[in-house]
Design a protein around this ligand. Structure first.
Ligand SMILES: [Fe+2]
Length: 136
């Protein structure tokens, strides 16, 4: 399976957020690698799904802590988007764990797709606010 490249255009300029986004891409690729390794390695697929979904939750929590820290006015709307994206990602993961094996291959494209859009709109807005107000 082809690897998803980290796109420098997705860099927000906030070091910690960018590093976490790059890690999300790496975990999404790790899931694809586990799937490519074959059905004989279902544990690796499950581990990769846990790794990715756990990190989605952790990353959103960190971003939300940052928003509180800087008093970002769009925090509540941004939080709602995070909740929606987490729920949709978890829904796919749950379907996989309920026996729909083929769903595993939908998780990476789904996560990478929303991540790209979310970074380019909401996260850029957050980092723009931080820079504008010289908060970080
Ligand atoms: Fe975000």
């Amino acid at each position: 399976m082809s690897h998803i490249e980290w796109d420098p255009a997705l860099a927000t300029g906030h070091q910690e957020i960018d590093a976490q986004h790059a890690s999300l891409f790496a975990l999404a690729n790790a899931l694809d690698d586990a799937i490519s390794a074959g059905v004989s390695d279902a544990n690796a697929v499950a581990d990769a799904i846990y790794g990715l979904t756990d990190y989605v939750v952790e990353h959103f929590a960190d971003e939300e802590a940052l928003m509180r820290q800087v008093g970002f006015p769009g925090a509540s709307a941004h939080h709602s988007l995070h909740q929606h994206l987490t729920a949709e990602t978890m829904r796919l993961a749950t379907r996989y764990f309920n026996g729909e094996d083929l769903v595993a291959s939908q998780i990476t494209p789904f996560v990478v797709d929303w991540l790209r859009t979310h970074i380019q709109t909401e996260d850029m807005g957050l980092v723009g606010y931080i820079h504008e107000h010289e908060l970080g």
